[in-house]
Design a protein around this ligand. Sequence first.
Ligand code: MV4
Length: 506
Amino acid sequence: MFKRILIANRGEIAVRIIRACRDLGVQPVAVFSQADRTARHVREADLAVPIGPAPAAQSYLNSAAIIEACRGAKAEAIHPGYGFLAENPAFARAVKQAGLVFIGPSAEAIEQMGDKVRARGLMAAAGVPVVPGSPATLDDSRQALALAREVGFPVMLKAAAGGGGKGMRLIEQEAELEAAVRAVASEARSAFGDGRFYLEKYLDCPRHIEVQVLADAAGRTVHLFERECSIQRRHQKVVEETPSPFVTPAMRREMGEIAVRAARAVNYLGAGTIEFLVDARRNFYFLEMNTRIQVEHPVTEMVTGVDLVKAQIEIAAGGKLPAEAEHPVLNGWALECRIYAEDPAQGFTPAPGAIEVFRPPEGPGVRHDSGVYPGAEVPVYYDPIISKLITWGNSRAEAIGRMRRALGEFTIAGRLATNLDFHRWLMDHPRFIAGDFDTRFIAQEFKPAALARAAGGGDDEPRAAALVAAALAWQEAAAARQPATRAGGAGLSPWKMAARTRLLRR
Ligand code: MV4
């Protein structure tokens, strides 16, 4: 096993990786930007190395600075987390060339899956179902038209270098095709420096269901069941769960076998995810492979008992799959709510800032993975994720009930907004409770006014009183510790503190 690992990330995933390091007896090394000097992951690591200014391009995306930090800290391996450099084949290659271990698949596997049209071809050849469409990159709109006529309108044009909803366009009829080809090609050229594109038949009201895979260097590849990720907004997942209420046992077996086949086709190593689009008739098609640990990995951990981050590290160190992953068993149900500093009433615009009161839930069936602490700042520079709230139950109903209870206990207040109210609204929605949803759910069902109503009816009053009481208790405790020095202006009066605290509607 490694003695020291550098974590090339921040926030909740850096804290999650630090925990896996602790469980393995490995020393975690953090890196941080100027904006993160006081961040939680910096406080919790054994060592923290500054890597540059606040903008990610100059810090968390600065591969040279990160590799240099790793050498300086005498760490042997780099865990990239998700986002930033996690799926950058050049980074994976540079890490290896520096004599260090990249905790993830080979640069070749990342590269093959990063090119969406190449991945489609590889998957089709491996016997993985893909959406009907181009076998390879299209050259022009004439070719696109011939193919569109063959598969039938509507169709989707997608950039080969895109993914995650970037660089795609829906085309309803022939007349729109030529202009769309020009638009996608030029957008892709400017966004990715690669104008290649392909075409697929358009699936309407699809579900997004993905399968977790895990592979070791000894050639064992297993799947750890599916995650239902259809509750999303503009390609940002909001709530994930496992198992999917839409997946039958026969379909689960089939999707799992196909996901293993997909991973084997690129000699996959470590933890990865095969994304499928699923139509209303339960046909499923390969969409993309994510060659990283994902935000939603905890739900899989809850129902399988496999520690995915620990397994990633063990596999990168040359170890085998953990015993509990050899013959995976699906136990119960798990849900995850992504807690963001954003304002659902204002079109989910990011609303980062200082956290003054932070009281996460506890109790049976609750897991909370956080990147913050009371008094921390959610910086404006990065994804405004605060934490992830995960609940487990023997049944879906129990997991939802516990999520409702946990959201009820959760208090976040300060100079920021959060999406807690949105999650409270969702957990009470009859269609969500019935498992009756697809990727259009939020667009169809969510109106900001729903939150105003849910939060109205004098609901703010008890919460405001509780916050003032908490502020008083805090002030008294501080005064008891330092009776002489705190009497003046150093500590805020509880009344001032309450006034400064932008109360969050509960
Ligand atoms: C599609 C599709 C329908 N038909 N492809 C969006 C993200 C990107 N990875 C692929 N996406 C889609 N591709 C065909 N042929 C619908 C979507 C899509 C979607 C997919 C997954 C999760 C949420 C989505 C929301 C809107 C559209």
